[in-house]
Write a protein that binds this ligand. Structure first.
Ligand SMILES: [Zn+2]
Length: 174
């Protein structure tokens, strides 16, 4: 893993575009926009969007949703060697654990998560030697697109919060 921005292939771009579309789908339903795409031998095996509110499930992050789907697909609790996960945001503690337990070979994420990211922001767990699995990590692919989507989501939510309070104030006055 390195900070040097490397060239990602058009195919890698298209995988991350799908992940961004998943994130956008979630945003339209009020979920924080994070999307994930699981690729095996060049084929999209599973997708996921962040959905803890909809699923009433604290563990329903995009990565976990995609990994669960892929495990069903392969009918195995561990994924075959060579599975890649494209995620629009740097994974949290839980998702990094899921990536390791499921034996994902390679992770590509778009933008960093400065508050709780476990790979470059707060920790560098991918290079921790206590795991018995090596996870290749690259990031920065369509980072700006993902960061913009997240910023827009939180801005709109703040504005919606203000608007929602407005009628109540009017009601109190009448
Ligand atoms: Zn997570």
């Amino acid at each position: 893993m390195s900070d040097i921005e490397r060239e990602f292939s058009p195919l890698e771009h298209s995988y991350m575009q799908i992940a961004l579309a998943c994130a956008e789908y979630g945003a339209r339903q009020g979920e924080v926009p994070v999307g994930a795409v699981l690729v095996y031998q060049g084929r999209v095996i599973a997708t996921g969007f962040n959905q803890p509110i909809l699923a009433k499930d604290a563990t329903a992050h995009a990565e976990v949703v995609a990994i669960r789907q892929a495990c069903h697909y392969f009918d195995n609790y561990r994924l075959p060697m060579g599975c890649e996960l494209y995620v629009t945001l740097e994974p949290c503690t839980m998702c990094l654990g899921a990536l390791i337990h499921s034996r994902i070979s390679r992770l590509v994420f778009a933008t960093t998560e400065p508050r709780a990211g476990m790979l470059v922001s707060q920790q560098n767990f991918a290079e921790a030697t206590f795991y018995n699995h090596f996870l290749q990590v690259e990031y920065g692919l369509l980072a700006e697109e993902s960061a913009t989507m997240l910023k827009r989501f939180f801005r709109e939510r703040r504005q919606a919060g203000k608007v929602a309070k407005q009628p109540q104030l009017t009601g109190d006055n009448s």
